[in-house]
Design a protein around this ligand. Sequence first.
Ligand SMILES: Cc1cc2nc3c(=O)[nH]c(=O)nc-3n(C[C@H](O)[C@H](O)[C@H](O)COP(=O)(O)OP(=O)(O)OC[C@H]3O[C@@H](n4cnc5c(N)ncnc54)[C@H](O)[C@@H]3O)c2cc1C
Length: 395
Amino acid sequence: MHCARSVSNRPRPSAGADSRAVKRLLLIGGGHAHLAALSVLSGGRSAGLLPILIAPSPRLLYSGMMPSWIAGQSRFDDCVIDLARICKRSDIAWVEDEITQIDFFNRIAHGRRARHEFDLVSLNVGSAVSLGTQVRVESLVLGAKPFSDFIQRWERWRAQALRQARAHRLLVVGGGAAGVEIAFALAAMVRREPAFAGSSVTLATQAPLLPNMAPLARALARGSLTVAGVALEEGLRYVGCEAKEALFSDGQAIEADLVILATGATPPGWLSDSARRAGFLVTPQGALQVGADLRVSGASDAFAAGDCAQIVGQDLPRSGVHALRQGSVLGHNLLALGRGAQSDLASYHGRRQTLALLNRCDGSAIAAWGRLAFAGRAAWQWKRWIDTRFVAGFR
Ligand SMILES: Cc1cc2nc3c(=O)[nH]c(=O)nc-3n(C[C@H](O)[C@H](O)[C@H](O)COP(=O)(O)OP(=O)(O)OC[C@H]3O[C@@H](n4cnc5c(N)ncnc54)[C@H](O)[C@@H]3O)c2cc1C
């Protein structure tokens, strides 16, 4: 049965547009992919689209700069992008809401504040780290993603820790690029801020450090962590926390006051549940399966990009780089569908190998490209130039 479409949050088509012909395009999530798509979609109204961006917060923390904010190298405001302002500039409607479920059949996204109808939908809601069941946990356990949760809980913990002014045991779990950078950032914070004097930083990981990087980059990271005072524990599979301990599968435990999990992020459960209900294919990790044109497999009116999507036949790592690059293809394809030009869809073919720049949070970085890698101030200046130029492009 077709449900009646009623919405309490319905931006109007611009004056002069033929409202019968205009397709409501819901862009759910203000992630890196939609950010890149917005400039393409700014001409959406003339192509018969009414683009609406929905996210729980207008602030997008740029992941490339998140560690430098924790380390105290950058101010928070310098690392965030104001989605509402960009929407205004691009003639795209902005709605603040958190989507909790999508009825793909009736084309309705259910948010905490309102229901949102759509003719076309694009999903770019990122990913989250599962915290597992929190039973009798006295230490604070934070997931590195989603950033909206991380920011709130990190700021609360930090304010409390600064008041206590005592040594803390800080544990990062996960030895990928995100976990390594967070460990560098915490070590820099401990060095920089007298209130954290005497605190320890440990990085625990199951797989070898930086499993997706070549031996030279790994060796540089391992040596740099030692120099930064980070204790590295490899071969430990995290299973959960109890009281003030992080527990690992071989019965080992590490005492900690703060545990940050960077154990690999998965798309939010509500999205995979909604997709499964609609009969769409979802990977075992919960990502929506999409074609190279970023259209959800089996759907004519739904697209997905970034961490919450997996392109069939392309085994790409989850990264902001791929999400951003997908954004322009996504924008192009949404405009093409707005014009009814189904045959004009572009494809995204990502390369697995991309430049990695890991911030050591001491005024230097590790640069890695394939088997090549080097560390030093030049790598940091390179990274800083890329990051600040990127954020400045959205001011
Ligand atoms: C510490 C750290 C450092 C990293 N550094 C790098 C790096 O240097 N380079 C790199 O390439 N990658 C990096 N990454 C990975 C990168 O963060 C992700 O791959 C990237 O952010 C994915 O982008 P996205 O477009 O999929 O979504 P995101 O950029 O994560 O954005 C998701 C958006 O969806 C919104 N959203 C979430 N839930 C809902 C909902 N229910 N309803 C509506 N909107 C919602 C959010 O508010 C947000 O606006 C890092 C990750 C971490 C954890």
